[in-house]
Design a protein around this ligand. Structure first.
Ligand SMILES: C[S@@+](CC[C@H](N)C(=O)[O-])C[C@H]1O[C@@H](n2cnc3c(N)ncnc32)[C@H](O)[C@@H]1O
Length: 272
């Protein structure tokens, strides 16, 4: 387990946590903070064969929407960790409101240093967050460590095509610091394989990203109209920048420069 963190690594994690714990993220993205929403979480649950006897770990669980959904839908026991204390509280409250206090628990932790025992989970999921981890090898090693032999890893994440990104898009990715680590499909597969996983499935869900970006742009246009009608000082300018970035993002997903993929890997039975 890694014990040393650089200032830059901590900054990226805190920045991402702050971005996704606020009301703004919930307003723009909805409860589920990833492309495809709970429908894609359902797909992940099906592919991982979740059921009432399964113990799963949701790494970088956000506000707990997926963890609570999976606990309710499949009857599995869920431990969820996130770098944001606010998100851990949101998740805990969500589980309590759903009557799942004993079945879905939320812990403040770093995905690269999981505070759980070796081989203690049947499945590990990580939705739309692995790309944000500065030390991906450390994260994959942790996923493998906490899974029992024969257990499954399910990851969904933002992907790049491998073609060079226009400068405008580089600026967008820098702005959303925590997406800067999006990679090619082959690179994700290489990292999971090097971490000891046998890859068993890969699916293209880029249409979900297209739909999310379209929805985001519509919401930003609505906000822009409200700002103009209400003549709110400063807001219209801030929104103009967001709308421009939204257009770059839309161009990138429509042209296939950015996508969204699902990966399933198995920790081989012989591995401790
Ligand atoms: C895009 S949101 C995804 C949340 C959730 N998985 C979902 O799909 O709804 C990214 C989440 O990753 C969390 N995060 C970022 N870096 C992390 C880290 N190193 N360890 C744990 N959580 C992290 C953030 O706090 C944020 O909640």
């Amino acid at each position: 387990m890694k014990t040393h963190r650089t200032d830059r690594e901590s900054f990226v994690k805190s920045c991402c946590a702050a971005l996704y714990e606020g009301k703004g993220a919930a307003m723009l993205l909805g409860e589920s903070l990833h492309p495809g929403g709970l429908a894609l979480t359902e797909r992940l649950g099906q592919l991982l064969n979740l059921g009432p006897r399964t113990c799963i770990l949701d790494v970088a669980s956000g506000n707990g929407a997926s963890a609570v959904y999976l606990a309710k839908r499949f009857g599995c026991a869920v431990t969820a960790v996130d770098y944001s204390g606010k998100n851990v509280t949101l998740g805990t409250n969500k589980a309590a409101a759903a009557g799942l206090r004993g079945q879905a628990c939320f812990v403040l932790a770093d995905g690269e240093q999981l505070p759980v025992q070796d081989s203690s989970f049947d499945a590990v999921i990580c939705e739309c967050a692995y790309c944000t981890f500065p030390d991906k090898a450390a994260a994959v090693a942790e996923f493998a460590r906490v899974l029992r032999p024969g257990g499954y890893l399910g990851v969904t994440d933002v992907t790049t095509s491998g073609r060079p990104l226009p400068d405008t898009l580089e600026a967008l990715l820098a702005w959303i610091a925590c997406l800067a680590g999006a990679q090619r499909v082959e690179e994700y597969e290489r990292q999971f394989t090097e971490g000891g996983f046998q890859m068993s499935a890969m699916e293209d869900h880029s249409d979900s990203l297209k739909a999310l970006v379209r929805e985001l742009r519509t919401k930003l246009l609505g906000l822009d109209l409200l700002a103009k009608l209400g003549n709110v000082a400063g807001l219209a300018e801030a929104l103009a920048e967001s709308k421009q970035l939204g257009k770059y993002a839309a161009d990138a997903v429509e042209s296939g420069l950015l996508g969204y993929h699902l990966f399933i890997g198995e920790k081989p039975l012989g591995r401790s």
